[in-house]
Design a protein around this ligand. Structure first.
Ligand SMILES: [Zn+2]
Length: 277
């Protein structure tokens, strides 16, 4: 009997989980008519987006959750992102195109991420942003729930300057399920992000933006690394010496030029593991 009860509990838990993860069409409102496509996407861009999903998983920046998107290379009013599936499993067929209201162009039964509004609203607010990563990176979470700001402690974290704002979802949604699952919350998050490269989401994770996909991947990874290093430095006791804004600015000028070296390495490793390579 005990075994039976346990089995029932497991079934109940599984159904609750799947309900919580129901994609978006998970929609509670009538879906808008599908927007027109922004045009074909070149194969290299598509492959990079697929690989970015896998690289971020390999780097433990995202796992079964989290997502990465890029602005459509030919139409700034569209963006591209995987369907609602674990990023490590994404292939080209899983990439969906969205308008900036986060309506899919041609879903063909493929489910969307509940939190896709993070991407649409940031692309709308920040014309300079070409790629976005949303993470639940363990390293950054403590800084989203404490009064200690995340600050650059080493040169590869220079993009964290001049500051990393924290999005408090309670200010917009009160007691919520913590998910940025509608346009208003996406807009509120974009407002908190402002002109920064990274915003933390209280008790949830982070959002990282950049002018290229490789740079967004780089920043998502090194946000997590910087957060871990800052935690270690603080645990040693005594004052911590952070990078000055001027140092960060000068460092960023160099790192932004050479970050492609890391991307090439990570991409090759991910490519090696692709099925049917
Ligand atoms: Zn999330």
């Amino acid at each position: 009997m005990k075994v039976l009860n346990l089995a029932k509990q497991a079934l109940l838990a599984a159904s609750l989980c799947s309900a919580a993860l129901q994609p978006a069409n998970a929609q509670t409102t009538t879906p808008a008519p599908a927007p027109a496509s922004g045009g074909p996407v070149d194969a290299a861009s598509m492959q990079d987006l697929v690989l970015a999903n896998r690289v971020l998983t390999d780097l433990n920046v995202i796992d079964g959750f989290g997502h990465v998107s890029m602005r459509h290379p030919a139409n700034p009013n569209r963006y591209l992102m995987g369907r609602s599936v674990a990023p490590a499993l994404v292939v080209a067929d899983d990439i969906l195109e969205y308008d900036l209201d986060s309506n899919p162009v041609d879903a063909r039964g493929r489910a969307s991420f509940l939190e896709r509004f993070i991407h649409g609203e940031i692309y709308r607010a920040r014309p300079d942003v070409m790629a976005i990563v949303h993470t639940h990176s363990p390293g950054v979470i403590p800084f989203s729930v404490s009064s200690v700001p995340l600050r650059p402690v080493f040169h590869l974290g220079a993009f964290l300057s001049p500051g990393v704002p924290v999005f408090e979802i309670r200010d917009s949604a009160g007691q919520s399920n913590m998910l940025v699952s509608n346009p208003a919350l996406g807009k509120a998050l974009a407002t908190t992000l402002g002109e920064s490269n990274v915003a933390l989401m209280r008790g949830h994770g982070s959002v990282v933006v950049a002018a290229t996909l490789p740079m967004a991947v780089f920043r998502a990874h090194y946000s997590n690394v910087n957060a871990q290093l800052q935690t270690q430095a603080m645990s040693l006791g005594g004052p911590v010496t952070y990078m000055e804004p001027e140092e960060s600015k000068k460092t960023l000028g160099v790192i932004d030029q050479i970050h492609g070296r890391a991307w090439d390495l990570w991409k090759r490793a991910a490519l090696e593991k692709m099925p049917g390579k």
